[in-house]
Design a protein around this ligand. Structure first.
Ligand code: AMP
Length: 313
């Protein structure tokens, strides 16, 4: 599956790797996992992961690399876990002469000189693990590569609980676990909360609006700021509302702190109802049952709520 990709990797001395914007564990895990696979196999190549640190870098992953435009211009670019070009984290990827896309989102915008997309996979880290198996053959993976890739599979499958978790996700996780992965430690590092976050989530539970089969929460910027929580971390809390009996669609609208050009960033989740078409109608996208949207004006908020209610009905 990765013959062409491995041939290109062989050819280039500098490789730049890009996650999607607002990177999650799968985006970071696939990027840093691939970097570790390549750095150990090719110690003389320059391998960089391009982006800006977020809280997940602090708690689990290393820092992004600082890379000049000149280096990107001479590099092979690899975009991971990113469905569309607008969401590649650092848009300087366009400076690179050759681009590879590897992803597990629906392939609505194929891009890159090589494009490998498997949307039935639970995580992009599964694909990077397969690439690693072709690269390393019978040799063991470097421990850090296994750790980052395992963490990515764990995050996107929410600890192997989502509907996207399948035999392949488990096989890849089992494969990686041979190389010193500590499931309990990784799980703790990725999910343990600071006390203010714990209290903030309790507050979200309090202000959640319950309708027939539908739960939504609108979070004003003043609320997460009161708890000392960043915009990026506040908007990442939708998973706390999975598993409520009778709720088929649940979503979190987080008012922007002004750092992006949206009014509310929105995370949509569902059980058995396709909601990424609604996300796409509101400047977003994602998987069938886990998607994100951007609400650009106050008028769009009641409009997306109504579109979601319709889905539930
Ligand atoms: P989130 O709710 O931010 O965790 O995102 C859920 C899924 O939707 C992830 O796979 C994201 O990559 C994808 N996603 C989120 N926001 C967008 C967007 N604006 N455009 C395309 N895909 C998105």
């Amino acid at each position: 599956m990765f013959d062409d990709v491995l041939k290109r990797i062989e050819e280039w001395d500098t490789i730049t790797i890009y996650p999607h914007s607002s990177p999650d564990g799968d985006a970071l895990g696939s990027c840093f996992g691939l970097k570790e696979l390549l750095v150990n196999k090719y110690p003389n190549k320059k391998i960089y992961v391009v982006g800006t640190d977020c809280s997940l870098n602090q708690v689990f992953f290393p820092s992004f690399d600082v890379v000049s435009d000149e280096e990107i211009k001479q590099s092979l670019a690899i975009s991971l876990d990113t469905a569309n070009t607008a969401r590649v984290y650092d848009q300087r990827y366009t400076l690179a002469p050759y681009l590879i896309k590897i992803d597990h989102h629906p392939n609505l915008e194929p891009f890159g000189d090589i494009c490998i997309v498997e949307d039935q996979m639970g995580a992009t880290c599964e694909l990077v693990t397969m690439l690693g198996q072709e690269l390393y053959q019978e040799e063991p993976f470097p421990a850090l590569a296994a750790r980052y890739l395992y963490a990515g599979i764990m995050t996107d499958t929410m600890g192997f609980t989502t509907s996207s978790t399948n035999a392949h996700s488990l096989q890849m996780a089992a494969y990686l676990s041979q190389f010193g992965v500590d499931h309990n430690e990784i799980s703790y590092l990725l999910t343990a909360k600071e006390v203010p976050m714990f209290r903030f989530i309790s507050k979200l539970r309090e202000i959640a609006v319950f309708e027939e089969g539908f739960l939504y929460i609108v979070v004003p910027a003043s609320l997460y700021q009161e708890y000392g929580i960043s915009y990026a971390d506040a908007r990442n809390q939708v998973s706390n509302f999975a598993g409520i009996k009778g709720i088929k669609v649940w979503c979190l609208f987080t008012e922007s702190d002004g750092s992006d050009n949206v009014r509310y960033s929105c995370s949509l989740r569902s059980r058995g109802i396709i909601i990424n078409d609604v996300a796409r109608d509101f400047h977003g996208g994602g998987h069938d049952v886990a998607a994100g949207a951007k609400i650009l004006s106050d008028e769009e908020l009641p409009a997306i709520l109504e579109a979601l209610r319709k889905k539930v009905r």
